[in-house]
Every structure is written in C-alpha cells, then in structure tokens.
Design a protein. Structure first.
Length: 156
C-alpha cells in the first residue's frame, strides 16, 4: 500500500467522524478559560466566630472577637471570607468587595493603602468598588456591611 493521498483526499476521507472530532475539540477548548471564576460567592464553611448555620442565607456574620476575624479591629487590615474581601477602611466603616477581579476574572483582589488592588495586571479600585485605572475600569461587585458592637454583617 504505497499509494499517496493528497491533503484534500485525506480530509474528505475523515468525513463526519473528523468533523465531529474537530467540533468536540473546539467546544472543549472554549470551556477551559482563565476567566471562568464565579463572581458570586457561596456561603462560607462553618467556622468559629461566625453564625453557623447563618441566621439568614443572604448574609455573612463575622464576630470580630474571634481570632479568625480580629484583624478587622484595626483600620487598614482585611480578611477574605468566601471570596469576599472585607476591609476596615476607618474606625467606623468597612468595605466588602468580590475577590474576583473584573479585568480577567482572577481571584486575586486584596486591600492595600486605602484601595482594593489586583496584582495580576495592576487593576485598582476605590472602597466603593469603582475602577481607578484602565484595567480596573469595570469596577468590582460590592456588598453592603453593617457593624454593631463586635459583629460585622456582610449582606450578599
């Protein structure tokens, strides 16, 4: 069997099987994207210092006397709870935003020097989630917070 087949004949010989294989390959490669992270968090796993199970599934309750969340007693510190970055922005105010950057969907946002920042491409956001540069121009999803005594509630 020393017959040579040209490219066109080879492609024709593949027929439906080859076309199907190609379609599956293209579809599968489209599903695996670096931006495939959820923008909406789920409820946190049970931890000490929080309300578990939560009294309301639309909120996360943080007990600031718990070692897990005690960093929030100091202005400028932050914690990440279930893909939400919660920061103490002043003696009486907190800010909460998604940890997933709006630029490329990477889960890398954190709080530094009075702003939220993503080190992947330098996206910057103010404490209200508004973008401060071109890579942060889409902004971040924010969450309302309520502080009472030693309890901070983040509303989902």
């Amino acid at each position: 069997m020393n017959e040579k087949m040209n490219r066109m004949e080879f492609l024709k010989s593949l027929g439906l099987k080859g076309a199907s294989l190609f379609a599956v390959y293209c579809a599968a490669s489209g599903l695996s994207s670096c931006v495939n992270e959820s923008m909406d968090p789920t409820l946190p796993p049970p931890t000490s210092g929080g309300t578990n199970p939560p009294a309301n599934t639309n909120e996360i309750v943080l007990d600031l006397t718990s070692p897990t969340y005690s960093k929030l007693n100091t202005v400028g510190n932050y914690v990440i709870v279930n893909s939400i970055v919660v920061a103490r922005v002043s003696t009486s105010a907190f800010a909460a935003v998604t940890q997933v950057c709006s630029h490329e969907g990477k889960k890398k946002v954190y709080y530094r020097t009075n702003e939220f920042y993503c080190p992947e491409h330098g996206a910057r956001f103010d404490t209200a989630g508004k973008g401060l540069n071109s890579t942060g121009s889409k902004g971040l999803k924010t969450y309302r917070t309520q502080f009472s005594g030693t309890t901070l509630t983040v509303f989902l």
